[in-house]
Design a protein around this ligand. Structure first.
Ligand code: CTP
Ligand code: MG
Length: 230
């Protein structure tokens, strides 16, 4: 039986977005990014527990932001100085028995439910890990420290990956047990163990709110979805 624990990373400051509040506590259509993202993940199939890594100095606000979400229990804990530290802290608060773990950025509040379901389905089918990804539109260059191009990877084989990223629970726990391990996404940590991580189709709506323009785009995604639902 598949039981999924979900971690929401929300402890970043949002330096590139700016504003008085940490990014996850800024709002789209009157609700925080954290509220939108947590509601989405709490309603995904087989999710039995959600742990939010929140800024240590905004724990009360983060708890208020998720207080009205129904379904699995939602716990808010203090995140760390890096994203990996936040994930490590939150995973440590998940129930020991979950078979799979999803890690999702609060900064991606409008990833379509079908993407979440595809990640969970890949885990249920036995994948070590599964991450949503999109083909890249630009040609990507690898450069050296002096910005001289050293390689041009074949574009057709590249994917820009999003969250939620899902893993068999023992694998992610093992990857995080190395307390020095740091990475820009969770998949990298698990890849280093030699695990096979599958890419499932992502969606443009899974975009990460990074700059002020992205907040406008997030608002548009939500409006379009609400108009469609009417
Ligand atoms: N995150 C986290 N703990 C950290 C840093 C980041 O939980 N120490 C979370 C953010 O809250 C966000 C996600 O990781 O939901 C992706 O990170 P990013 O988009 O870089 O967010 P910030 O670090 O907040 O933004 P910035 O880098 O612009 O400061
Ligand atoms: Mg950051």
């Amino acid at each position: 039986m598949t039981t999924i624990g979900c971690v929401i990373t929300a402890a970043g400051r949002g330096e590139r977005l700016g504003g008085d509040l940490p990014k996850a506590l800024q709002t789209v259509a009157g609700e925080t990014l954290l509220t939108h993202a947590t509601r989405l993940m709490a309603s995904a199939p087989d999710v039995t527990a959600v742990v939010v890594a929140a800024p240590a100095d905004h724990l009360a606000a983060a708890r208020r932001a998720v207080a009205d979400i129904s379904g699995p229990q939602v716990t808010v804990v203090a995140g760390g100085a890096t994203r990996t530290e936040s994930v490590r802290s939150a995973v440590g608060h998940l129930p020991a028995g979950v078979t799979g773990i999803l890690v999702h950025d609060a900064a991606r509040p409008f990833v379509p439910p079908a993407v979440v379901t595809a990640v969970i389905a890949a885990l249920a089918a036995g994948a070590d890990g599964a991450v949503p990804g999109l083909p890249v539109v630009d040609t990507i260059k690898q450069v050296d420290a002096a910005d001289v191009v050293v390689a041009t990877p074949e574009r057709a084989l590249l994917r820009a990956v999003q969250t939620p990223q899902g893993f068999q629970a023992p694998l992610l726990r093992e990857a995080l047990a190395d307390t020095g391990a740091e990475a820009t996404d969770d998949s990298q940590l698990v890849e280093r163990l030699g695990a096979a991580v599958r890419v499932v189709p992502g969606h443009p709506d899974g975009m990460k709110v990074t700059t002020p323009g992205d907040l406008v785009r997030a608002e548009e995604i939500l409006q379009a979805r609400r108009a469609h639902a009417d």
